[in-house]
Design a protein around this ligand. Structure first.
Ligand code: RIB
Ligand code: CA
Length: 311
């Protein structure tokens, strides 16, 4: 029986790869996709999620619900220099599958899916946690009915990717991240500590995409081009981190990650440390604290990723 999941996302190039991975994994049944402002504005995120659904040409499509257009209490901070002005590497030939969009707000869809999930729903959040925090504040009892939450975010024993100490998702909305990580919900955090261990190199992508020579491969080649060039400019390699696909992979096969229960605070007032995840490893963690992934089985991840993406 496939595991029901909801993906909360700010597509975003690596988000798009995560959506393709989830939609092509028989272990998962994507019940809904909710969008949140992050990499680009939320309307563009929604448009990009709908473009991926058009690309996948599925017999049944999940509902797409648009969410927060800005963080809980800050101005929006975006990353067009990484994901393109449109958020999907400037791909022009993909049009959105507009019929998949529903009028409900993302937070209400999250609440409804949790309430009716009978403890089976996994929510994979791969953008800022604004929608999750809004849903938690609005109806905590509903969210307690979900099975599990996985969030891509944070940086514990590695530098940040947004300023010196913060990871982008938690930098954009640190208040949402702090609130959500202190909810006591069953949360797994997939931080930069492990997502920066999974890099897809351009050469391998080109080899695999050309071997499959289908529309999905062509789209992936197109929408990852500028994302990978950005990494070449800033990180020195022509490739891209698979941050969000790793979070989805953890929903598919939990053995890909090894976690440690950790009390996590998110800095919300620091002048230089906004969004930093602060963990005091001397403290004995409690059962209500999140499980943070500090180790992964890279081979297992890439085997699963490539098996699905190039179907
Ligand atoms: O820090 C990486 C995260 O920020 C990923 O989710 C990426 O899509 C961006 O949203
Ligand atoms: Ca993302």
């Amino acid at each position: 029986m496939p595991k029901p999941i909801l993906i909360d996302t700010d597509p975003g190039v690596d988000d798009a790869l995560a959506l393709i991975l989830a939609l092509r994994s028989p272990e998962l049944s994507v019940k809904a996709i909710t969008t949140v402002a992050g990499n680009v504005g939320v309307r563009k995120c929604t448009r990009n999620a709908l473009k991926i659904l058009r690309l996948m040409d599925l017999p049944q499509v999940p509902a797409v619900a648009q969410g927060a257009s800005k963080p809980l209490c800050r101005r929006l901070f975006t990353a067009p220099e990484v994901h393109g002005e449109d958020g999907l590497g400037g791909i022009r030939w993909l049009s959105p599958l507009n019929r998949a969009k529903v009028p409900e707000h993302a937070a209400d869809v999250i609440i409804r899916c949790c309430r009716t999930s009978a403890g089976r729903l996994t929510i994979v959040a791969v953008g800022p946690l604004t929608n999750l925090a809004l849903a938690w504040k609005k109806d905590p009892a509903a969210l307690r009915k979900a099975g599990r939450f996985i969030t891509m975010g944070g940086a514990f024993r590695v530098p940040g990717n947004t300023g010196p100490v913060a990871e982008f998702n938690y930098f954009v909305d640190p208040e949402a991240a702090h609130t959500f990580l202190h909810s006591g919900l069953p949360i797994t955090v997939v931080p930069l500590d492990v997502t920066q261990q999974v890099v897809l190199m351009r050469k391998e992508l080109e080899y695999r995409a050309r071997r499959r020579a289908n529309l999905v491969g062509k789209a992936i080649l197109d929408f990852t081009r500028s994302y990978m060039l950005r990494h070449k400019m800033t990180q020195g390699f022509n490739g891209g981190y698979l941050h969000d696909p790793l979070a989805v992979a953890a929903a598919i096969d939990d053995s890909i990650i090894e976690t440690r229960r950790t009390h996590v605070d998110v800095e919300t007032t620091g002048r230089f440390t906004r969004g930093m995840t602060v963990a005091d490893f001397r403290m004995k963690a409690r059962s209500v604290d999140p499980a943070v992934a500090f180790k992964i089985d890279r081979d297992r991840f890439f085997k699963l990723f490539h098996e699905r993406i190039w179907l």
